[in-house]
Every structure is written in structure tokens, then in C-alpha cells.
Design a binder for this molecule. Structure first.
Ligand code: FAD
Length: 387
């Protein structure tokens, strides 16, 4: 019989992998727990009231039309050569690809109640809750946002979010302030963000690094108080982004290491803990490669080629992968960072001299062009994943 591949998770990684495997002639079944996928990329614009949730919504009809079997159920466990679904049914596989994304760890911050202080780090009800809280806030209120230590989903995401919330405050509630508490002393595209903040949001947006008391140690959700190593902040709205780990199914299947993430071979994306199981996207330790939708999509294509080669009894070829992360700092003002990665010493490492960031001090027309590229990328990547 033809070899069978099961893919768990229909996000940017899993949906792309399923389509790429199908194009390579592999019989593939996609297992996804939700009928609708809500995209995190551009969800910061939804929070700031610049975009509607409708634009974030994707489904699996495109995959079904191509002939991919889509099972809308949660995968419960992974056994030796089969996936057990929530209803107890089993799906046998010769190789398994897992792209379950992240699990959030709100318990890491004592007192955190995410229904009061939303994380909005998975697009959905949390995104809309944070938006409603900002809309309901009185002019003059303090918004507290907190960014976790590395590694976490979307390194520039908290800074894009702070920028777009600051834009919202500047245009609608100009007496308000935003404090961005950070569990780090440096961050992605830092000089570009700081250049933009100085020009667009002086006195409105304040970034507090780890060494100045940026790490949140505790919150009082009911009182909306956020405590750091150095003091406390009385928030009107608090958006606490907790630490993260690989999605729960990866933990349950014994694929994570002590870091909470999944180590993989950087050529085949096969788990280091379990032969025949491949992992891609946010759930993995990808060396220098960040946790982004762009990266998950790139890893999915490489992983599909590797799985198809292994099923033919061939060795997969060492890949080169690209990532680009765009961020908006206000509507029509985009900045980006790009990198190229290749296997080295068992991880994915930067290709020296490749990649880079947008230029500092660039004219408005360049920033506007980058904002346009961000939208073009979103159309391209969602079409590649969902058809
Ligand atoms: P996900 O997209 O999370 O997909 C995982 C899927 O697996 C989900 O559909 C889930 O339902 C499913 N699943 C999990 N467990 C099971 C199970 N047991 N059974 C069945 N299904 C299961 N990236 C960019 O490249 N550009 C951006 O501009 C960008 N902006 C972002 C902004 C924000 C605010 C955030 C939070 C993230 C942003 N990202 C961006 C990052 C991007 O969203 C993630 O890196 C990307 O979604 C990772 O893809 P993934 O396939 O690994 O996981």
C-alpha cells in the first residue's frame, strides 16, 4: 500500500506541509481541532481597531478541494505508528508531521487571570477581548504590556503591538500612556522601533528593559496591578504575554526536552526523541531561526521534501531556509528583518553575511513600501497554506 503521512495541526506550518506533501504525490491526512483558523499575523492591527477579525479567518475547503483528507478533531495522543483522536478513532501513519504551535504558560506569572488580563497571543476571543478593553478605557488610562524572555512566538510581535496600541491611544485617547515591560534588555529590530517611537509616540510609549525593572513577577488581576522586581504599575488595561512552550500534544507525546520545546534534526526536521515523527513551526528549537509564520511555512516545504525523500528510501538534501518578519509601527509605516539559515552543528544557523534589517533613517516612501510588502506577504503566505 502507498505510505501514509498524517499531519497534526493546520496552522501556517501544518497546512503548508499537508499541501506540499500532496503535491509531491504523498497520501496525507490533516488533523486539526478547529474548523476555522485565525491568523496571528496582522492580529495586532485588529487589537488596535485598524482591521476586522474577518480578515484573519481561514478554512480548510481549499485543501479538501485538492483531495487532501481533513479530519476536524483534536489529536489526543501519538502511539508507535498511529495517532489517537479525541473520539478514540485511530489514524495509522508511516511518518507523522506535527505543527501544534505553542502552549501558553500563564501559571508562570502568579495571580494572572487571562480573562481579565488577556495575552491575545493566539488569535481568537483573546484578541477581541483586548480590543474591547482598549475601546472601553477612559482617556488618560495606563496600558501595561509585558513581553516575555526568549524564546517565544514572534520576536518582534510585542513591539509591533505596543506601536499599534500607541497609535490607537494617540489618535483616540491622547491623554493615555503605554508602558512596555520587558523581561529582556534587547529585542528584535530594536533601533528601528526606537527610531519610530521617538518620532511618533514621544512621552506616550515607554519601554522598560529587564535591567530597569521590566520583568513582571506577579499580578493582582482583580485590582489590575502589575508588579515587577522594582515596583508596581496600576493599569487600566494590562496585556500580559506569558512564557510559552511547544503545544501540549508535543509534550504529551514526549517530544519536548527540558526547555519545553522540541529538538529536531535541521535537515529532515525529524524529532531527536522519536524516529518517524517530524516537527515544524513554533514548537521546535530551530537554532537561530525565529518562531514566525514565515519560518513555519518555509520549514513545512523543506520538511515535506525530506519526508517524501525518506519514504522513497533516499537521504534528504541539506536545506537553506529564509525568514522575513515585517512589523507595522503605524498604518503605512513598515519595517522588516530578514535572515537565511542552514544546518550547522545540529541546529539551524545564520548564513553569514545574508539577511539584514530595514535601513535607519529611511524616507516615508520606503516605510510605506514596506507596509505594502507586509500585506503582499500575508496574501501570499495564507494562499500557500490554505489555498
Ligand atoms: P500555529 O499557527 O499556532 O498552528 C498550530 C495549529 O495546530 C492550530 O491550528 C491548532 O489548532 C492546531 N493544534 C494544536 N494542537 C492540536 C491537536 N492536539 N490536535 C489537532 N490540532 C491541534 N509571524 C510572521 O511570520 N509574521 C507576522 O507578522 C507575525 N505576526 C504575529 C503577531 C502576533 C500578535 C503573534 C502572536 C504571532 C505573529 N506571528 C507572525 C507568528 C505566527 O503566528 C506563528 O509563528 C505561526 O502561527 C506558527 O505556525 P505553527 O503552524 O507552528 O503554529
Amino acid at each position: 500500500a502507498a505510505p501514509k503521512v498524517v499531519v497534526i495541526g493546520g496552522g501556517f506550518g501544518g497546512a503548508t506541509a499537508a499541501r506540499a506533501l500532496h503535491r509531491l504525490g504523498v497520501a496525507v491526512t490533516l488533523v486539526e481541532r478547529d474548523a476555522t483558523y485565525l491568523s496571528c499575523p496582522f492580529s495586532n492591527a485588529v487589537i488596535a481597531g485598524l482591521r476586522e477579525m474577518e480578515a484573519q479567518r481561514f478554512g480548510y475547503d481549499g485543501l479538501r478541494r485538492e483531495g487532501i483528507a481533513v479530519v476536524l478533531q483534536a489529536a489526543r495522543t501519538v502511539e508507535a505508528r498511529q495517532v489517537v483522536l479525541a473520539d478514540g478513532a485511530t489514524l495509522p501513519f508511516d511518518r507523522l508531521v506535527m505543527a501544534p504551535g505553542i502552549a501558553l504558560r500563564p501559571d508562570a506569572i502568579p495571580g494572572l487571570d487571562t480573562e481579565v488580563m488577556p495575552h491575545a497571543w493566539r488569535a481568537g476571543p483573546q484578541t477581541l477581548l483586548l480590543r474591547r478593553q482598549l475601546e472601553a478605557m477612559e482617556d488618560g488610562g495606563l496600558v501595561v504590556l509585558s513581553a516575555p524572555a526568549n524564546p517565544y512566538r514572534c520576536p518582534p510581535g510585542p513591539y509591533e503591538r505596543a506601536s499599534l496600541i500607541a497609535h490607537h491611544l494617540k489618535t483616540r485617547k491622547p491623554r493615555s500612556k503605554l508602558i512596555l515591560l520587558d523581561a529582556k534588555d534587547t529585542f528584535s529590530k530594536q533601533k528601528l522601533f526606537e527610531e519610530a517611537w521617538a518620532a511618533l509616540y514621544p512621552g506616550l510609549l515607554e519601554w522598560v528593559p529587564l535591567s530597569s525593572g521590566g520583568k513582571v513577577v506577579e499580578v493582582d488581576a482583580a485590582a489590575r496591578v502589575v508588579r515587577t522586581e522594582f515596583g508596581e504599575h496600576q493599569a487600566a488595561v494590562a496585556n500580559i504575554i506569558p512564557p510559552q512552550s511547544a503545544g501540549r500534544i508535543a509534550q504529551a507525546a514526549g517530544l519536548t526536552d527540558r526547555s519545553g520545546w522540541c529538538p529536531v534534526d535541521p535537515v529532515s526536521f525529524e524529532s531527536r526523541q522519536r524516529a518517524g515523527v517530524h516537527l515544524i513551526g513554533d514548537a521546535i528549537i530551530a537554532g537561530a531561526m525565529p518562531k514566525s509564520a514565515f519560518a513555519a511555512n518555509a520549514q513545512a516545504r523543506v520538511c515535506a521534501e525530506a519526508v517524501a525523500a525518506l519514504l522513497r528510501g533516499e537521504a534528504p538534501a541539506p536545506p537553506k531556509l529564509i525568514n522575513t518578519c515585517y512589523s507595522l509601527v503605524e498604518p503605512g509605516y513598515g519595517i522588516s528583518i530578514a535572515g537565511v539559515y542552514q544546518p550547522a552543528n545540529g541546529l539551524l544557523a545564520d548564513v553569514p553575511g545574508a539577511g539584514g534589517v530595514s535601513a535607519l533613517g529611511a524616507p516615508a516612501a520606503t516605510r510605506a513600501a514596506e507596509a505594502g510588502y507586509a500585506e503582499d506577504w500575508f496574501r501570499t503566505v495564507t494562499a500557500d497554506a490554505f489555498g
